[in-house]
Design a protein around this ligand. Structure first.
Ligand code: DGL
Length: 282
């Protein structure tokens, strides 16, 4: 059983890509709606909430937890993998936690995560990459640091879109969402002196839910990297090497959990995913 966690509905973008890629795997999804948004919270809160949600998914029978949230990954993944998990009973049972920044950086730089020094030809890549994220993800600098380690000549233009995830989650009007997306894009273009970025990373799993607005307002030459697809590619590679986490079944199950109000969250989720099964209380 694979667990996927996000502060809210954004991680469903990752879940759906994984369900399409692994139709025979069982999944449990957990949205921490009671504490959403994570993007403006102090780091210690994000670490503690991510730990509690990972533990909940382990207790529900998941051996592998994927943090389907850039904020949780940027702020908490390393701490949980290095400091928390090794001290728990879960580690001795072989449980693991993965984040979504590593596969995204690998795709953006065309460099394996294990390679942390620039190698030809990556050191000569001099693209401009725009990264849109929550305040906390951008403040962590994780995308800029990890991309530049591998491709020092890349220009990373980071832009916090602080209210966008919350507005998507609460189903703000199309007009309001458009305004927030345009504000973020203008921020990037201003930093880049009006020059279009070659690529854009929507570094918050909520943002693909308004990818059409990003497409419409980014310069036409900017290519959006699809994080859910990139994460599915990386998971495919991971599961082929770590078969203990892959349990294909002829009758796979899907359980959607929330720390918020299941009825309200189910209604909201169906705006993005028409056939979304109902959420249950975590
Ligand atoms: N979906 C989350 C992410 O990928 C964050 C949303 C929030 O601020 O809670 O960063």
């Amino acid at each position: 059983m694979i667990g996927i966690f996000d502060s809210g509905l954004g991680g469903l973008t990752v879940l759906r890509a994984l369900m399409a890629r692994f139709p025979q795997q069982s999944f449990i999804y957990l949205g921490d709606h009671a504490h959403m948004p994570y993007g403006d919270r102090p780091s210690e809160h994000v670490v503690e909430l991510t730990r509690a949600c990972s533990q909940h998914l382990f207790e529900r029978g998941c051996k592998l937890v994927l943090l389907g949230c850039n904020t949780a990954t940027a702020v908490a993944a390393r701490t949980l993998q290095r400091n928390w998990l090794p001290q728990t009973v879960w580690k001795t049972h072989g449980h693991n936690i993965l984040g979504i920044v590593a596969p995204t950086v690998e795709a953006a730089t065309q460099t394996p995560w294990a390679v942390t020094t620039p190698k030809y030809p990556q050191s000569y890549i001099s693209d401009r990459i725009a990264v849109f994220g929550t305040t906390r993800t951008i403040a962590s600098n994780v995308y800029a640091d990890e991309i530049k380690k591998r491709c020092p000549k890349v220009r990373v233009i980071q832009q916090a879109c602080s209210s966008l995830a919350g507005a998507i989650e609460l189903q703000a009007s199309r007009e309001d969402l458009t305004g927030l997306v345009i504000e973020g894009i203008e921020g990037v273009l201003k930093q880049a002196g009006g020059v279009a970025p070659h690529r854009a990373i929507l570094g918050c799993t909520h943002f693909p839910l308004v990818e059409d607005l990003f497409k419409e307002h980014l310069p036409p030459s900017t290519v959006i990297l699809s994080q859910p697809e990139v994460v599915a590619d990386s998971m495919e590679d991971y599961l082929s090497r770590r078969t203990q986490y892959s349990q294909p079944s002829a009758d796979p199950s899907l359980l959607l959990l929330t720390t918020g109000d299941p009825q309200e969250i189910s209604i909201r989720a169906r705006v993005f995913w028409r056939d979304c099964p109902g959420f249950q209380q975590a």
